[in-house]
Write a protein of this length. Structure first.
Length: 218
């Protein structure tokens, strides 16, 4: 029976070769389309997986007097996997000068010497570092309590290198910091203020930044 069907099939092909070739071509196109569709679905699934694995949405919470306890509650919200706390001060750096020409706004006397010091609980979650706008020149884990990261241009201008000490002053309170690492990169200075520029940023441990003020709010 099976041999008979095979003979009939070949007989049909020989009698009508054009129709047989057309049917074969149609089947080949359909089969190719199905394979391509499955392949496309697999590729899209891989892309979605890579996006979910490598890209995370983040947000920042700011407040005039944001208490540590309130920040802790935000960090416990459903879906929040990681959190980093920040504390900022406008400081003077004794014996060093900020990088000039980094802002379009001219400040009054004394204001041009200010730099932004930011205390962080996790430097790699800081937006500019997380988005690779700022790039570390060497590997850094947690910043030591007496450690600091400064921009390479600021270090070059003031003859500083990793291991050197700087002293920052805020409202009469002084803090000695050891340069842990340098970073590079430029930010978008929308305010035009010199101390907002990347070159005039100092990053340190959160505890160090807190020690410069009696106010413990973030």
């Amino acid at each position: 029976m099976r041999n008979q069907l095979t003979k009939l099939a070949w007989l049909s092909v020989r009698r009508r070769p054009t129709r047989s070739l057309l049917l074969f071509a149609i089947m080949a196109v359909i089969f190719t389309a199905l394979v391509a569709q499955v392949g496309a679905r697999n590729v899209m699934a891989d892309v979605r997986g890579a996006i979910k694995q490598n890209v995370g949405a983040g947000f920042s919470a700011h407040g005039e007097n944001l208490a540590q306890a309130d920040a802790d509650e935000i960090a416990k919200l459903a879906g929040v996997k990681q959190a980093s706390y920040e504390r900022q001060h406008l400081v003077d750096v004794e014996g060093a000068k900020p990088v000039t020409g980094t802002g379009g706004v001219q400040l009054d006397a004394g204001g041009e010497s200010k730099m932004f010091l930011t205390g962080l609980s996790d430097v790699m979650l800081q937006p500019e570092f997380a988005s690779k706008i700022y790039r570390l020149e060497s590997t850094v884990g947690e910043i030591p309590e007496d450690g600091a990261l400064v921009h390479k241009d600021f270090a070059d201008q003031n003859g500083l290198q990793v291991g050197d000490k700087i002293q920052v002053v805020n409202d009469g309170k002084a803090l000695s910091l050891t340069l842990t690492a340098l970073f590079s990169g430029k930010n978008e200075n929308r305010s035009g203020l010199p101390f907002e520029a990347a070159e005039n940023q100092i990053f340190t441990n959160l505890a160090a930044a807190n020690s410069l003020s009696a106010d413990k709010n973030l």
